[in-house]
Design a protein around this ligand. Structure first.
Ligand code: ADE
Ligand code: ZN
Length: 315
């Protein structure tokens, strides 16, 4: 089954480039940039990948991102991810990057953007993988800083297709970012947002009605709200679901409890994605495989999920 799933053509629509930083590359970049790490080796770092919730993961994820310093580092990070995509027949990617994670530590915006974009362009040319890059605002920081980030990004307007909203969800509702999303949309950018991962269905309503998002990242808690479910089915609003992420961050206790196939059968446009594959135990094919093993996903269901990912592209 693994090889069959691997060979399915698919798109990845929910992937944080910083979350694709494998421990081996993290150590290599730390050495290249002469940065001391609190872990002795790759195994010790991997052993720290045990999380009870989103925040515990984010604390380590931001810590890991500190080894990314130069344009070449961002290129190498993105290129390593694209090679994984090639190996798994991911033919189109719409990855997120978190500029504030880097600009807040003094890395210029253009260093981040140039490194990532150069790798994505090479990925099109040399690997045949098309892309649309999404700039994600960190929701635990004030909207004012999101505005500054958008301003820094505008000289590179053609390099990205949309804006997203990520980081700590509980206590940081989408409504806090209504104005910066309006500004981004006025620039012709697509809007997406993480909502309903740990946060309640109300956050999904807000993201749809106030941020006017065209795709929901995670959104698994939509199933708690009948009216919301009907809306996302009627309007065929895609959900970028990340099964291994959800079990690793204890959104579901185990894969057998995941609601993605129930949603699929009810007519929701759900897709399968890896979120932060270096931290959660696998890339897109491993996420499909986990659905087969944990939920008995059939080949026919896998085909529909893969087709949904191709249909839900924004670029
Ligand atoms: N940043 C990276 N991964 C994330 C996730 N799963 N939820 C929110 N923010 C994130
Ligand atoms: Zn995410």
């Amino acid at each position: 089954m693994y090889d069959w799933l691997n060979a399915l053509p698919k798109a990845e629509l929910h992937l944080h480039l910083e979350g694709s930083l494998e421990p081996e590359l993290l150590f290599a970049l730390a050495e290249r940039n002469r940065i001391a790490l609190p872990w002795n080796d790759v195994e010790a770092l991997r052993a720290a990948y045990a999380f009870n919730n989103l925040q515990e993961f984010l604390d380590l994820y931001y810590r890991g991102a500190d080894v990314l310093r130069t344009e070449q580092d961002f290129y190498d990070l993105t290129w390593a991810y694209l090679l994984k995509c090639k190996a798994q027949n991911v033919v189109h990617v719409e990855p997120f990057f978190d500029p504030q994670t880097h600009t807040d530590r003094g890395i210029p915006f253009e260093v981040v953007m140039r490194g990532i974009k150069a790798a994505l362009v090479d990925g099109e040319k040399r690997l045949g993988i098309s892309h649309g890059l999404i700039l994600a605002f960190l929701r635990h920081l004030p909207e004012e800083q999101a505005f500054q980030t958008l301003e820094q990004a505008m000289p590179f307007r053609d390099a990205f297709i949309g804006v997203g909203l990520d980081s700590s969800e509980q206590g940081f509702p989408p409504r806090l970012f209504e104005r910066v999303f309006a500004k981004a949309r006025s620039e012709g950018l697509h809007a997406v947002a993480h909502a309903g991962e740990e946060g309640p269905p109300e956050y999904i309503w807000e993201a749809l009605d106030l941020l006017k998002i065209v795709r929901i990242d995670h959104g698994v808690r939509a199933s708690e709200d009948k009216r919301l479910m009907q809306r996302i089915i009627d309007e065929q609003i895609p959900l970028t679901v990340c099964p291994l992420s959800n079990t690793k961050l204890c959104v579901f206790e185990h894969m057998g409890q995941h609601n993605i196939l129930d949603m699929l059968e009810r007519g929701v446009k759900v897709t399968v994605n890896s979120d932060d594959p270096a931290y959660f135990g696998g890339y897109v094919t491993e996420n499909f495989m986990a659905l087969h093993e944990g939920l008995g996903m059939s080949e026919e269901q896998a085909k529909r999920l893969a087709q949904n990912s191709l249909d839900a592209r924004l670029a």
